[in-house]
Design a protein around this ligand. Structure first.
Ligand SMILES: *Cc1c(COP(=O)(O)O)cnc(C)c1O
Length: 392
């Protein structure tokens, strides 16, 4: 049976869980500094912490990043902004920018909690302007323009109309003009330069009216397209969390996430036998199987089952059969029994396998795997050493 239970509450929680997610906050802080050095000194940088900081936990991630010197945070939804404002309560110097802007009628929530909206439609701009006029507040905002992705932001025509309207942004303080790159992780894609040129031209027009407005274009991958893309305020997310922002080259970032699943049961099949739902995998005579308490409810995509593998120490072990909601079985025939004793774990993400490799096996990207991370893991946060906590 398992090693004797320990008495520290933290260890007990780890004993109870079926799998352990380790988030290395020192590595996160180091990634922050690494990206910051690439954009300095001309360009400032914030951090994108939407979707619970890409699944890793908004509170510990935001606290570690602010300790590392981050002053601007981006979330997608108003509720995420409210949660973050609560977490960093007392740090009035921290800017929280809400990428999706206000839904109709929610403008007062932004003002009450000092959340800065990104305004992406004429309707959002109009509503925000009307609210600002009524409340007589200095209302910071960002304006988003579309430069080729056709997802969110004013079209070129809407932008031209806004610029031609003398009341277009009256009473508002636009901090920045913002746009988003569609193909930043593909450096040779011609849309990159097109979007940069459109953005530069719109920003020049914008500054005729709002001379102090900053330009914000790049996400993680955009930072690696070079200084010509940086403008004034970068918005990395995924790279901070260790996802490779340059998929066509080696990963310049430090891994932040480790994922280990505990082995629940090891069995040997005497004669060839099917494994899992649908009996899609036939374990050969004498095969050894290990089942872990982790499944698609924990974010292991079913599509990973087809070609997925993981590691026990240095032994590569393939997924055997379909991934269930709570359980996954591996073929561990190549692993000596000595490595499968009590306390054995299978490393899903770790030194032998990156999040990008895991995503590749599942036919997806690291972003989706992070966003899918489940709620049932025991989470360990490795702190940034005090000596690494910088200046601010
Ligand atoms: C999510 C998001 C980002 C961060 O993108 P990464 O690729 O994770 O760095 C930046 N800007 C906008 C508008 C986003 O939606």
């Amino acid at each position: 049976m398992a090693s004797p239970p320990s008495s520290r509450p933290e260890d007990r929680a780890q004993d109870r869980a079926g799998a352990i997610l380790t988030v290395d906050l020192a590595a996160l802080s180091e990634n922050w500094r690494l990206l910051k050095r690439r954009v300095e000194p001309a360009c400032d940088m914030g951090a994108v912490v939407k979707a619970d900081a890409y699944g890793l936990g908004l509170e510990p991630v935001a606290k570690a990043l602010s300790a590392a010197g981050c002053l601007t945070f981006y979330v997608a939804h108003l509720d995420e902004g409210l949660a973050l404002r609560g977490i960093v309560d007392g740090r009035q110097d921290l800017r929280i920018i809400v990428l999706h802007g206000p839904n109709p009628g929610t403008e007062p929530d932004f003002a009450a909690h000092r959340l800065i909206p990104v305004l992406s439609t004429p309707r959002q701009i109009k509503a925000w302007r009307a609210f600002a006029a009524r409340s007589d507040l200095l209302m910071e905002s960002l304006v988003q323009v579309d430069t080729g992705m056709n997802r969110l932001g004013l079209t070129e025509r809407e932008f031209a109309e806004l610029m031609a309207d003398p009341d277009g942004l009256s009473g508002l303080t636009p901090l920045a003009l913002m746009s988003h790159l569609a193909c930043a992780e593909t450096p040779d894609h011609r849309l990159n330069l097109q979007q940069r040129e459109r953005f530069a031209s719109m920003l020049a027009t914008f500054r005729l009216k709002y001379a102090d407005a900053k330009g914000s274009l790049v996400n993680s991958s955009g930072i690696f397209l070079g200084r010509g893309f940086h403008f004034d305020l970068a918005r990395p997310g995924a790279a901070l969390y260790g996802v490779n922002p340059t998929p066509t080259a080696a990963n310049p970032m430090i891994p932040v996430v480790r994922l280990q699943a505990k082995v629940l049961q090891v069995r040997r099949v005497d004669a060839a036998a099917p494994v899992g739902y649908g009996a899609t995998f036939l374990a050969p005579d004498g095969a050894k199987l290990a089942t872990v308490s982790m499944g698609y409810a924990d974010g292991l995509l079913r599509s990973w089952g087809a070609a997925g593998h993981a590691f026990i120490d240095d032994f590569k072990v393939a997924v055997a059969g379909r991934i269930s909601m709570d359980l996954t079985t591996f073929d561990v025939s190549n692993v000596p029994d000595s490595a499968l004793g009590p306390g054995a774990t299978i490393n899903i993400i770790g030194s032998r396998q990156s999040i990008d490799e895991l995503a590749n096996q599942a036919g997806t990207i690291g972003y989706e795997l992070l966003a899918a991370i489940g709620r049932r893991y025991h989470r360990r946060y490795l702190p940034a050493p005090a000596s690494q906590i910088s200046r601010s």
